[in-house]
Design a protein around this ligand. Structure first.
Ligand SMILES: *Cc1c(COP(=O)(O)O)cnc(C)c1O
Length: 427
């Protein structure tokens, strides 16, 4: 029999507060346990993924998820924002220090919303924008017809060169002169070479265009000086915080002071409602980690690993798009050996190696099939793998892709993947 006190608590919902997730929802608890096992037993080579620290996880799981804080530090629409203001101010200051930027907005919920906020700051519907073709390495939000960015604006796409598969800056310049876009977007999701931000600024200036650099993938390399920074050149820099930067799943915008007020208004109330304060707290923690010398060493190892892995995959007979990599990822043209990206991805997944299929420039296959695989090293580097393990991984990948789906090979590789993973536990 329950006491009157317990009945009162039951009527308020308070009885839920101290129950474990296993008690409240065994199905989701089990799915989380499965995901922990999956991550532990998998070689994670998806270039946009990473494993965050316990400190970042703790901030994400904190009671700041309970807080409404529409507005900005010192100018909120809600009471009780004292601790929230501390969190957001620290996140802003660290972001500015990390990227050497004049202004930072740490509220975007995602990379896509960060980009949308910039567009709403400087564009009107129907304006012309220029972005890199998705099929050549760009991102959906850079003007693809299926994204808001391709629906609300007139889009001109630039490409990579056919000969060396690097960005065709001459074409970009020519198209900019011809179409006079209001905004030129650079940055990519599947591009393995250095992006020449200085040159893009010159192209923007000649065309009278504003410049936005979306460094979602390479942010970690940029803040550690391993990739040139767009911050001195671009009017706006957007990024995700969860890829090489190894923070929570979210976005961030940096801009010149002259756009600060308009940008803040376009994030809130323009595009978003209340900020995710728990995620902003986790961004602050990840920025703190990124400011350390250890983080620079980590980023250097990511690049060394990517170069080693690309070379070793090439040694197994696979063509590497753009001839190699300067950053954390590369694309390999598996169709050069008669395997589609789709089949390659599936076979590798059966061996607990996760990659994603990806179109390569001038692909002859449809996007859902694709000729390539995109392979990245941020996550495996986080769990401690170095060059010798990259050579092992290339060998495992080669055996799976050359197996023609032979289950014996796939199962043998899977057990070798498990042995490798067991030597490098994540947490
Ligand atoms: C990943 C990515 C994004 C989008 O990030 P989401 O958080 O998934 O919305 C935007 N731009 C580029 C270049 C990306 O690689």
């Amino acid at each position: 029999m329950s006491t009157i006190k317990e009945q009162q608590r039951a009527a308020t919902g308070h009885e839920f507060l101290d129950r474990s997730i296993a008690e409240v929802d065994p199905q989701i608890a089990e799915a989380i346990a499965m995901e922990i096992r999956r991550q532990n037993d998998t070689l994670e080579l998806i270039a946009s993924e990473n494993h965050v620290s316990r400190a970042v996880l703790t901030a994400m799981g904190s009671v700041f998820t309970n807080k409404y804080a529409e507005g900005y530090p010192g100018k909120r629409y809600y009471g009780g924002c004292g601790p929230t203001d501390i969190v957001e101010n620290i996140a802003i200051e660290r972001a500015k220090e990390l990227f050497k930027a004049e202004h930072a907005n740490v509220q975007p919920h995602s990379g896509s919303q960060a980009n949308m906020s910039v567009y709403f700051t400087v564009l009107k519907p129907g304006d012309t924008i220029m972005g890199m073709d998705l099929a050549h390495g760009g991102h959906l939000t850079h003007g693809h017809p299926l994204s808001y960015s391709g629906r609300d604006f007139k889009v001109v796409a630039y490409h990579v060169r056919k000969d060396d598969e690097t960005i065709d800056y001459d074409e970009m310049d020519r198209l900019a002169q011809e179409h006079k876009p209001r905004l030129i977007i650079c940055g990519a999701s599947a591009y393995s070479r250095i992006i020449d931000f200085k040159r893009i600024r010159e192209i923007c200036d000649r065309a009278g265009a504003l410049m936005m650099a979306d460094i979602a993938h390479i942010a970690g390399l940029v803040v550690t000086g391993l990739h040139p920074s767009p911050v001195p050149y671009a009017d706006f820099v957007t990024t995700t915080t969860h890829k090489t930067l190894r923070g929570p799943r979210a976005g961030l915008i940096l801009c010149k002071e002259q756009f600060a007020k308009d940008l803040d208004r376009s994030v809130f109330p323009g595009v978003q409602g209340g900020p995710l304060v728990h995620i902003i707290a986790a961004k602050a923690v990840s920025f703190q980690e990124a400011l350390t010398p250890e983080f620079k060493a980590y980023q250097m190892q990511i690049v060394k690993n990517a170069k080693t892995l690309a070379q070793a995959v090439a040694d197994n007979g696979f063509r590497i798009v753009a001839g190699g990599t300067d950053n954390h990822l590369f694309m390999t043209d598996v169709y050069s050996k008669g395997i589609t990206g789709k089949d390659g991805q599936q076979m590798l997944e059966s061996s607990n190696i996760t990659v994603n299929k990806n179109t390569i420039p001038f692909d002859t296959q449809k996007p859902m099939v694709a000729s390539g695989l995109r392979i990245g090293t941020p996550a495996v580097t986080t769990r401690g793998l170095r060059e010798p393990e990259m050579k092992t991984i290339a060998n495992l990948i080669g055996r799976v892709l050359d197996s023609k789906g032979d289950q014996a090979v796939i199962q043998q590789v899977k057990s070798e993947v498990k042995q490798l993973c067991d030597r490098f536990p994540i947490y």
